[in-house]
Design a protein around this ligand. Sequence first.
Ligand code: RUB
Length: 314
Amino acid sequence: MDLHPTVETTAEDIASMETRGAATIGAAAAAALRVQAGESDAVTPEAFRAELRVAGRRLHETRPTAVSLPNALRYVLRRMDGDEVATLRASVVKAATEFEQRLDRAQSQLGAIGANRLQDGDVVMTHCHSTDALACVEAALDQGKHLEAIVKETRPRLQGHITARALREMGVPVTLIVDNAARRYLDDADHVLVGADAIAADGSVVNKIGTSGLAVNARERGVPIVVAAQTIKLHPATMTGHTVEIEMRDEREVVSDEDRADIGDVAVENPAFDVTPPRHIDAIVTESGQFPPESIVTLMRELFGDGVAEPWVE
Ligand code: RUB
């Protein structure tokens, strides 16, 4: 069974975080399945289906938390249809392309909705780097609003630098702060705007580690916390009681080998994400509208029904 090198490269890039951020990971996975389908030399429909399932599994095992990844695989593989290799191939190519288009469309639709929350002159505090959150800022700028941003650097991987650069390129004045300064600067912020890797049926939001502490502080300071997340961030398995796995990353993202030798034998933990309970979130902005976190389950039922079986496992 030959996996196309693109599938392997995509999987490695997701695992190493060369490709990162939930929406980008989902798009990359769909694109990799399209390449696998387009270039497959399988001669029987059974071999073709098996190959695509193996590709799906390889992509799925890369990082555990962003549900956009299994949702992307599910979207494409559920639409794999036909009695011959040619029709199967066409169905996968079509579904992957359609998925990418839907992703782009959803992001601009949610951007327009999120922008309505932002007033001219507002200051937005960000955490990590979220393309969905940035879409809201971009849409507000397109409406002629002036915004400023306080950007948390987001240890240990410093995705705040990506956000700072993106906002500067949009013409937004940016103040970059260390994560520990967030509470102090909340007094200057009108909104906390973050993305999501997964949203559970009870409205809990899984996002970059530090989001939950930021939300608690924002609540205490009276600053609304808004989560910008396309519906591919909704985690269908949480409707049936499953929990979201939080990725634990290498300790070397936190301490170098040199630091390690200096500190000696201590445990180092490096969770990549945390869970913000719904009571600390003001709104979840999706392409289907803005929701209080507690009512997101209604949207989940509408979109996913009860079918959560994974088509790449067999
Ligand atoms: C990225 C992260 C982002 C969400 C949403 O974590 O937590 O906030 O993925 O991003 P990592 P987007 O850097 O570990 O992948 O809105 O672009 O989907």
